[in-house]
Design a protein around this ligand. Sequence first.
Ligand code: SF4
Length: 343
Amino acid sequence: MTKRVLEVSDLKKHFPIRGGLLGGTVGYVYAVDGVSFHIDQGETLSLVGESGCGKSTVGKSVLRLFPLTSGQVVLNGKRIDDMSTGTLRPLRRQIQVVFQDPFSSLNPRLRVREILAEPIRNFGLANSEAEIDEKVGQLMDKVRLPRDAVNRWPHEFSGGQRQRICIARALAAEPDIIVCDEAVSALDVSVKAQIVNLLQDLQAELGLAMLFISHDLAIVEHMTHRVAVMYLGQIVEVADRKQLFGAPRHPYTEALLSAVPVPMPGAARERIVLQGDVPSPIKPPPGCRFHTRCPYAFDRCRKEVPRLQDNGAGHQAACHLHDLPAEQNPLLNKAPPTAFRAA
Ligand code: SF4
C-alpha cells in the first residue's frame, strides 16, 4: 500500500492587520482559507495559481514556519500543527524545503562541505567526521556536482549550481518530502529544465514525495503527478495531470491554461482574458470568490460558496456549473486546450 506522507485538512492562515491609535487588530488578510490535500510517497503534487493566491503560504504553513490559524497538518501519521517547537525539532528532518532564490538561501560564510554537513550533524545521521565526508560526497554525486567542489564558497557557483547545492542540503536530512517553493522560477530556461529533470530523477531514485509550488504551468505539466489550483486562498480544482491539463473543470483553470504559450507554431487556441484584478484577500467576494472575473458567473455564484465536488476519477472542482445538466455546462462542451491534449 502506498504510504501517505502528508495530509493537510482545512488549513487556514489569516494574518492580522494592525491599525488604529492603539495598534489593535482591525482586520485580517485571509491568505489561506480552508485548504485540504494529501501527498503520497513518490508523488508530486503541484500547487499552482497567480502570485498572491496563497500557495507559498500553504508551503510555509506545512513547514511550520509560522503558527496556523486553524486546520491540521499530519506528517507521516503524526499531527505536527499543534506540536511544540521542541517536539517538532526531530521531525523537521522528514520535511525539507528548496526556496526560489539560490543566492540568498545559502550562507555565504560557509563552504559547501559545511553547508551539507550541518543537517547531517544536527539530525545525528553520521557517527564520525569520515562518515559525514562520505555522505557529503554522495550528495554531490546525487546532484551531479564534482566532489572536489565541496571546498568552494557559494559565490563561486552559478545560479543553477547553487540550486543543486540547495537540493543537496535538503537531501542531506534524508527527508520523506521536499517542498519546492518556486524552486526553478529564478533560473534561466535551459537551467530550469536541468533542475526539473534532476528533481524527477531524485524522486524516482529516493521515492520522495514533493509539494511543488509554482506559477509556471508549462513546467508543472512536464513533471507533476497531480495538480491543485488555488485562487484567493482556496483550492478550486484538483486532478491528476492528464485530467487537469486535458479537460479542466473550473473556469479559472481553463483561463490559466489558455494563457500558457502554445509550444506548437500554428496551433490555434482560444485565449481567455480574465476581466478585472484579483480581489483583495482582506475582503474576499461573497459566494464564489471567482465570480467577479468569471465569464460564466450566474446569480447563484454571487450568493453561494461552491464546494469542491468529485466529477469522477478523483477530479474535483468547486463550481456551480457542475450542478447544471451536462448539456448546459459550458465546461463539458469544449475541446481541451490545444497545447495540453492528454497523450
Ligand atoms: Fe464561475 Fe460560478 Fe463556477 Fe464560480 S461557481 S467558477 S463564478 S461559474
